[in-house]
Design a protein around this ligand. Structure first.
Ligand code: DGJ
Length: 338
């Protein structure tokens, strides 16, 4: 073959073959492909911004959704396959970084065995230790374990080393998130007491354990799916009611300090199906770095009989006359923020 043709073929093969067109808008509730053209698989997730890059971690729900034959309620599940990570510079186009905390297939007693449940992973960065710390809800298939699991890594894209699980402050821990305040203190928010009461727990300085200081909030109000952010010196917490995989109305609460006292101020969602949180459930709120008063609310639109194909509903959090609102948008981009 002619040398020139060979050189041409080699040059073509050396160009990364990106099959997916660049996204320029968020389309809530539509299939969202990563940069390789595969649907993003990061459910119940959260975002970490680190050194110019956003990292999105979530439940990698791969494979068939099943309802165990012993089930007396709709505890649809997929096998645990691990926690996925995607990276992005613009929050729209996400590159798959791989499974950063994999399932442990060879030990049926391990928290990360496929037969268990792993939900709502979140990662925070500890400036003092230089470690990336993941907190997640680790469960038995019948949801009786109600524990938090912790893993660490030296790099945002993993791999994470699993440290183990426990009931923080000796209390049940199911839906959960973690939040780092401006002063570097970190907190775990978790549905406890059989989901009746939301605990907010100050973590130790290394973010690996509860410090022992915690508050009980929304007592007997059955809130889950916590997503927290800070705006203008106040703390805001979006939660859902407890209706399994089915949608319900969201609520937002406000507080002057993370540990409370929290005051519920209503449903932040507006527009069609706002009373069902747009058929989705909160999981995280991410500030847009470099834009003032710009936050994105992340929700999961669960497909309970096909959890892998659950969709994402990301919407801008707008501040209208000092009030927090999350209006439905078919399509939007970051220009929505002034
Ligand atoms: C609602 C929770 O928010 C989800 O994370 C999951 O635990 C389902 N319940 C299970 O039914």
């Amino acid at each position: 073959m002619n040398k020139l043709i060979v050189a041409g073929i080699c040059f073509f093969l050396s160009i990364p073959q990106v099959s997916e067109a660049q996204h320029t808008v968020f389309e809530p509730g539509k299939v969202w492909n990563d940069t390789e053209g595969n649907p993003i698989n990061a459910h119940g997730g959260g975002i970490l911004y680190h050194e110019g890059t956003y990292y999105w971690y979530g439940e990698y729900k791969k494979g068939k959704t099943v309802l165990p034959e012993w089930a007396t309620w709709e505890c649809y599940r997929t096998d645990v396959t691990g926690v996925s990570c995607y990276s992005s510079k613009d929050l729209l186009n996400w590159k798959f970084e791989g499974i950063v905390l994999p399932a442990v297939k060879d030990d049926p007693n391990h928290d990360l065995h496929p037969s268990k449940v792993l939900e709502r992973p979140k990662v925070i960065y500890n400036r003092k230790t230089g470690k990336f710390v993941m907190w997640a809800h680790v469960e038995s298939a019948d949801y009786s374990k109600a524990c938090a699991g912790v893993a660490v890594s030296d790099s945002p894209a993993g791999p994470f080393t699993y440290l183990g699980s426990f009931r923080p402050n000796d209390a049940m821990s199911r839906d959960q998130t973690v939040f780092v305040d401006d002063d570097g203190r970190a907190y775990q928010f978790y549905s406890s007491e059989n989901n009746a009461t939301m605990y907010i727990s100050l973590l130790t300085d290394d973010y690996l354990k509860p410090s022992g200081r915690f508050t009980r909030n929304f007592i007997k109000q059955s809130r889950e799916a916590p997503a927290v952010f800070k705006h203008d010196g106040k703390y805001y917490l979006i939660t859902s009611g407890c209706t399994g995989w089915d949608p319900n109305v969201a609520e937002i609460a406000v507080a002057d300090s993370v540990l409370g006292e929290w005051k519920t101020i209503g449903n932040p969602c507006t527009g069609p199906d706002a009373d069902k949180t747009f058929y989705a459930q909160s999981t995280y709120v991410q500030p847009v770095v470099g834009k003032k008063d710009a936050y994105i609310a992340l929700f999961d639109r669960w497909n309970k009989t096909d959890l892998e194909n659950s969709l994402y509903v990301w919407l801008p959090v707008l501040i209208e006359n000092g009030k927090i609102v999350i209006p439905w948008q078919d399509k939007w981009n970051l220009d929505v923020f002034k």
